[in-house]
Design a protein around this ligand. Structure first.
Ligand SMILES: [Zn+2]
Length: 483
């Protein structure tokens, strides 16, 4: 980025809430049902019907507000946002406008250079989703209204972000929090989490805001970062060439990595907001607020801090393990079986996460149960098997989630810690390799590695490596002193 300028970015994030039923009627929110099967007169906007607010939606919105340090308003109001489009049979979207349920929040992000940044959240409000227009079935346009009335929250940030990285980290944090709360699955590719960006640039030191553009249609985290970077560059280029930024809505084209303006007709909206006459103001009393707060789980930041202080694992480990709530739960189940917190962290961060990434499975579907992983770690720590053997037991556990102790017994992998057995193998190896013994005694101590390798091979990996090392050194020294 040309360093004469700074970017000013604000994000609007829509999150689809994981309620069983829609926001104003009892229809199912289940995804994937046949088109227009999750519908009723209310969400189809028939005349004379009355909406009834789903209590869960209020609770989820308030939870998100609490998790992002917002003020939860005692009274908030629904409004009609009027527009005419086939995906909205009522002719308006019921949303919140002047009086949203949550205001004045913030969340902190940590940049890659370690600096912390506090980003403001202007508001969080509740609203309903629209239906879906389908253009590719060979007819003109079809419409599926199953999504009509599915509850959303919209989280609007302050224009506090200054770089694509800020925006990426903010969005990552939002996803982490909503999934910890269990109120949204956070899947951007499938559209349950959507993000629009308002972007402007100004000369550094300037305090006035420049003309902004709104970029839509970014359906992955990486696309958000790329699209914002692209739009900042585009605006700088225009200004540098003496041009002027036009306020407009742009669509991100991920395939060609460029933006194109939405047709002006589509964006020429005058929503004529007015208060929804069919819904009472939403009142969240102090008692209800306290009730809702009881459902607030331990959030990622707090959990990370506890992992560091309680389990004495490095900050890096704690950050990785608490990225997602199910992963943190998995780790805590492992250490309910073993008290070797650091080994458990190593196993989860390397062996477990590697397979999860490769096989693209969810940790909740991971083949090896946390209890059995804990048992495996204990088998190493009580010298039943070596760390090396453990790495060969783990793939067996992946095939079938068996108790590692059974696998070790069945496959006869128990570590040899019997002194006389190890003595015997060491003697054989030394007798069979007089040349290497000469070399060692002549001062070439690196030959020790060769002997260790031979003993381990002879014992098929089962000899206790530490004992092998000690025995070899002892016996070689005996040869040196001629005992
Ligand atoms: Zn309905």
């Amino acid at each position: 980025m040309n360093n004469k300028y700074e970017a000013v970015i604000g994000l609007e994030v829509h999150a689809q809430l994981l309620t069983e039923s829609k926001i104003f009627c009892g229809c199912s929110t289940k995804f994937g049902n046949p088109p227009n099967s999750n519908v009723c007169p209310v969400c189809l906007g028939h005349p004379g019907v009355l909406p009834v607010l789903n209590k869960k939606v209020v609770e989820f919105a308030a939870l998100m507000g609490m998790a992002t340090n917002c003020e939860i308003k005692e009274k908030s109001i629904f409004a009609r946002k009027n527009y005419f489009y086939p995906d909205s049979p009522k002719g308006w979207q019921t949303s919140q406008f002047e009086e949203p349920i949550c205001e004045n929040g913030h969340l902190d992000i940590t940049l890659s250079d370690g600096t912390e940044k506090c980003l403001g959240i202007t508001r969080i409000h509740m609203e309903e989703d629209a239906g879906k227009s389908i253009h590719d079935l060979g007819y003109d346009t079809c419409v599926d209204l199953n999504r009509c009335g599915v509850p959303l929250i919209e989280i609007v940030s302050e224009p506090d972000m200054r770089s694509p990285e800020d925006a990426y980290l903010y969005l990552t944090k939002i996803k982490q929090i909503i999934t910890y709360l269990g109120i949204c699955d956070g899947n951007m590719e499938e559209g349950s989490l959507r993000c629009d960006a308002n972007i402007s640039i100004r000369l550094k030191g300037e305090t006035e805001l420049g003309t902004k553009t709104e970029v839509k249609n970014m359906n992955s985290f990486r696309n958000v970062e790329k699209a914002i970077a692209h739009e900042i560059e585009r605006q700088i280029e225009i200004v540098e060439e003496g041009g002027r930024i036009i306020q407009q809505t742009l669509l991100w084209d991920a395939d060609h990595e460029e933006v194109s303006p939405m047709r002006s007709k589509e964006e020429a909206h005058d929503y004529r907001y007015f208060p929804e006459p069919d819904l009472m103001p939403v009142v969240v009393s102090e008692e209800w607020k306290a009730e809702i707060a009881k459902n607030l789980p331990e959030l990622p930041e707090a959990r990370k801090a506890r992992f560091i202080s309680e389990y004495k694992i490095p900050e890096y480990d704690a950050a990785v393990l608490t990225t997602e709530r199910p992963l943190a739960d998995y780790y805590e189940k492992v250490i309910s079986v073993t008290d070797d917190y650091k080994s458990a962290s190593n196993w989860v961060m390397t062996d477990v996460l590697k397979i999860i990434k490769e096989d693209k499975v969810d940790i909740t579907e991971f083949k090896v149960s946390p209890e059995n992983l804990g048992k495996l770690i204990n088998l190493i720590n009580n010298n039943t098997i070596s760390g090396k053997i453990a790495k060969s037991v783990f793939p067996e556990m992946l095939k079938e989630d068996k108790d590692p102790e059974t696998i070790v017994k069945d496959k006869n992998l128990v570590q040899i810690t019997d002194t006389s057995a190890i003595d015997g193998i060491v003697d054989t190896i030394l007798d069979n390799n007089p040349g290497q013994v000469e070399q060692y005694l002549g001062g070439k101590e690196t030959v020790l590695g060769f002997f260790v390798g031979q003993v381990m091979k002879e014992s098929r990996g089962k000899a206790n490596p530490q004992m092998v090392n000690e025995t070899l050194k002892k016996k070689l020294e005996e040869k040196r002193t001629g005992e």
